[in-house]
Design a protein around this ligand. Structure first.
Ligand SMILES: Cc1ncc(C[n+]2csc(CCOP(=O)(O)OP(=O)(O)O)c2C)c(N)n1
Ligand SMILES: [Mg+2]
Length: 798
């Protein structure tokens, strides 16, 4: 085995050097263009270097996946550089445009990052959901050939302050989590300072409570050997009782101070004194800094000793800034070695002048090391980027002959898929944070069942108690039921949405959540998108239309979130046929990648690269417009808008609505046309895609392509200049207020800006001024030549 290989120590020292040099180069050597600090975390990197060396060069196998502590990114890239997987150019351009990224990025770095990290806590939890997805896949007949890897998180001790970690621990326990390792870099320092004494005891109890094994790695090999010497017991006791702050400060001050302090505390003119005096200042400092997590052989042996798949937390004691002049200083999180410190340290590390970037400088046995690296199992098969074939999308249709809500239509579409035998349906995995029933996933779940590694029958079925929900858990099941933690929802979607890339098996993940609670999981959703995970999130019910549920459940800002979120195409259809068209398109869009042939000529539109999809739906059943199958409708629904009622040549008013308020807009248009005005109705299914198309077209024209026209520009092109646009949405009015700028029309935007309350839909639409009457009044106010009248504040706040 490799755990005792002397090459590990050599690699560790090389990674320490290269990572620190890369940061130093970016901050002190590269010409500076801005007056701001470049940054990079030398101390946080040094803290993990021994752990990462042991992990990657001894413990890991190609099927294992790692979420690297964000601020240990320099070690990761130095490692890939040493392995020939990262370029010198990008290393020199660390934190620069096109250079090595500050925090490991799946999409922006070139060197086989498994999970992006950056927002602390999310990468950690991601590993447990990746493991659940691995279990999900390997339980299926089409996933049997998936090798079982370990999902590993390298965790900063202060990362454990993030609540999402505890949410996922509980979810993991419920789902028999396995094959997950979390390795805590217990340097007892955060960004601002030193962490509380005794944190490790809390950590151990928490992990134990959730069924994890905890392995404490406190002492390195040098320390363990010293403890065997006469007087060693006393030294050990001293280390165990030394407050974190003192240990850090002494580490920073170095060997001579350690000696004085230890002799003051322990000096007995006998065994302990002799133990201390036998060592030079440097050797004493090395001994005291030889904590378990900073001892590469100890870490390698610890990993090697794990022979089971139980989730395991390693509490590895470390020193922040280990092996460098800034070790232990409480301000070292953002601290960097200065030029003088670097010059001294370079001599200390034995680095040859001019050979700073040379991966194998200072290595005594280059051929031996290269041979060792070549055989390192984790790297042996090259980059571990998989993919899976696209699944064809079956016909998705829905009867539109009666009143129906978009949420109900969504449930029916999934139900129809569940009854079919399409390949796509086989790979759909649904999930919901305890709102499966109330978001209309019930029929799908009844047919396709819930996933669990161990089958479990539904007692209500066995006892013949009538219930609409038939909850049978089986390894074949296609629904993963989550507890009420929306962060977990999005992290699970992130893991499932990367399944084709991580495990080579494509999943079509669909999550449902009450729309306001999209924001509860927003950072995790952003994290999923940042990694280019592919999923469908259905936010339902939404808006003030959720009337009797009141203000805490009525989403206002989510349409803006849908527009602003990169990697997510947001839709808010009003009618069932729109939803069917959008879902059929979405199932394809979720599977596209940038290399695909453009399915249409509009190459300047970003949508051809594919992404995730957000559907904002509602429970309000509305009258359907009758059968529509024309291409303008179909393509319009996908591109974001179509004319429900086209403008005449002298169009005075366009009512542009999105989503649930469709009946109000249509009714207002009817009333207005009775007074013979020329009124058009624009049905908007996606403000997000309309807006994105518009800005993309503007950019493309600015770059010299005069033929780039967006869908919304085309739609509004024929409107006479005096035409007014009234926009209306059950959400923040800014979602559509930009429409007036597209072709220079006066626009009035109606929507919801304040917390709601309970009431009927009619009450609330009236209250917010988004009902037909408010629309009509606005039009009268506008076209009578009067200045636009705002809704009075007494009405708004009533
Ligand atoms: C969600 C989030 N909040 C804040 C930060 C800023 N931040 C980056 S590292 C850090 C402290 C981390 O301390 P620890 O996890 O102990 O890591 P160490 O550097 O000590 O290894 C903070 C607050 C962040 N990256 N993400
Ligand atoms: Mg820390």
């Amino acid at each position: 085995m490799t755990a005792d290989s002397p090459h590990l120590k050599t690699i560790e020292q090389r990674l320490l050097w290269l990572s620190h040099w890369m940061i130093h180069n970016a901050n002190h050597l590269r010409p500076k263009e801005d007056g701001i600090k470049i940054g990079g975390h030398q101390a946080s990197s040094a803290s993990m270097v021994s752990i990462m060396t042991a992990l990657y060069f001894s413990a890991l196998r190609p099927q294992d996946r790692v979420a690297v502590k964000p601020h240990a990114s320099p070690i990761f890239h130095a490692m890939q550089y040493m392995m020939g997987n990262q370029t010198l150019e990008k290393m020199k351009n660390f934190r620069g445009f096109g250079g090595v990224q500050s925090y490991p990025s799946r999409t922006k770095d070139i060197d086989d990052v498994d999970f992006s990290t950056g927002s602390v806590g999310l990468g950690v939890a991601m590993t447990s959901f990746a493991s659940m997805i691995q279990d999900y896949i390997s339980a299926k007949d089409w996933g049997q050939d998936t090798p079982m890897g370990r999902m590993v998180a390298l965790v900063g001790d202060a990362e454990l302050d993030e609540g999402n970690i505890y949410e996922c621990l509980q979810e993991g326990w419920k789902n028999d989590l396995r094959n997950t390792w979390w390795i805590i870099d217990y340097n007892r320092q955060s960004l601002d300072g030193i962490v509380r004494e005794g944190l490790f005891e809390r950590v151990e109890k928490i992990f134990d409570a959730f069924g994890w094994d905890v392995v404490r790695v406190k002492y390195g090999a040098l320390q363990r050997a010293a403890f065997e010497e006469p007087g060693g017991d006393q030294l050990r006791e001293w280390i165990d009782t030394c407050p974190n702050q003192d240990y850090s400060a002494l580490t920073f001050m170095g060997g001579a101070v350690w000696r004085k302090h230890l002799l003051d505390d322990l000096g007995d003119q006998g065994d302990v004194s002799a133990l201390i005096e036998r060592r030079s200042d440097d050797a004493l400092a090395e001994l005291m800094e030889n904590l378990g997590g900073n001892c590469v052989s100890t870490m390698a042996e610890t990993f090697e000793a794990i022979d089971h798949d139980r989730p395991t937390c390693f509490l590895a004691y470390t020193i922040k800034g280990w092996g460098t002049p800034i070790a232990g200083h409480k301000d070292n999180h953002g601290g960097l070695m200065n030029n003088a410190q670097m010059a001294d340290w370079k001599t200390h590390m034995g680095v040859t002048e001019g050979q700073e970037w040379e991966p194998f400088d200072t290595v005594p046995d280059i051929a031996g090391l290269q041979d060792f690296l070549r055989k390192a199992p984790f790297f042996a098969r090259g980059p571990r980027r998989f993919d899976d074939e696209k699944l064809s999308v079956p016909t998705i249709g829905i009867a539109t002959d009666r009143e129906i809500s978009t949420q109900m239509a969504f449930g029916k579409i999934l139900d129809a898929l569940s009854k079919g035998d399409s390949d796509l349906a086989t790979r759909i995995v649904t999930t919901s944070p305890d709102v499966t029933g109330t978001t209309n996933l019930g029929p799908w779940v009844n047919r396709r069942k819930l996933f669990a590694r161990e089958a479990q029958a539904d007692s209500f079925i066995e006892h013949r108690i009538p219930s609409t929900a038939k909850w049978e858990f089986t390894p074949d099941g296609q629904h993963i039921e989550l507890g009420i933690a929306e962060m977990n929802l999005f992290l699970l979607l992130a893991a499932a949405g990367l399944s084709h890339l991580l495990f080579g098996k494509r999943l079509i993940p669909i999550g449902t959540v009450y729309d306001p609670f999209v924001h509860r999981g927003l950072d995790a959703m952003n994290y999923a998108c940042y990694q280019d995970a592919r999923f469908m999130i259905v936010g339902t019910p939404s808006g003030a239309t959720l009337a009797p549920e009141g203000g805490a459940h009525q989403s206002i800002g989510t349409p803006l979130t849908g527009m602003a979120q990169d990697g997510l195409a947001a839709f808010e259809p009003a009618f069932a046929d729109e939803l069917a068209v959008i879902m059929a398109w979405a199932f394809d869009y979720m599977q596209r990648n940038g290399d695909d042939e453009d399915p249409c000529e509009r190459t300047w539109l970003r949508d051809e690269t594919g992404g995730s999809v957000y559907l904002r739906l509602t429970t309000n059943p509305i009258e359907q417009p009758g059968k529509r199958a024309d291409e303008a409708f179909r393509q319009g629904a996908i591109d974001g808008a179509y004319w429900m009622r086209p403008p005449g040549p002298n169009c005075e008013v366009v009512i542009a609505y999105q989503g649930a308020v469709a009946p109000e807009a249509i009714k207002a248009a009817g009333v207005l046309s009775d007074s013979r005005r020329d009124v058009a109705v624009l049905s908007i299914t996606s403000a997000d895609r309309l807006n994105a198309g518009w800005t993309a077209a503007q950019r493309t024209r600015a770059r010299g392509n005069p033929n780039a026209f967006s869908h919304i520009e085309t739609l509004l092109a024929e409107l006479p200049p005096h035409c007014k646009i009234i926009t209306v949405i059950d959400g923040h009015p800014a979602t559509l207020s930009w429409l007036g700028s597209v072709a220079g029309h006066q626009a009035i935007s109606l929507g919801v800006e304040h917390f709601g309350q309970t009431g009927t839909i009619g009450d609330l639409y009236r209250h917010y001024g988004i009902d037909a009457e408010a629309i009509v009044n606005r039009v009268h106010g506008l076209t009578a030549g009067r200045a636009p009248r705002l809704i009075s504040s007494s009405r708004r706040r009533a």
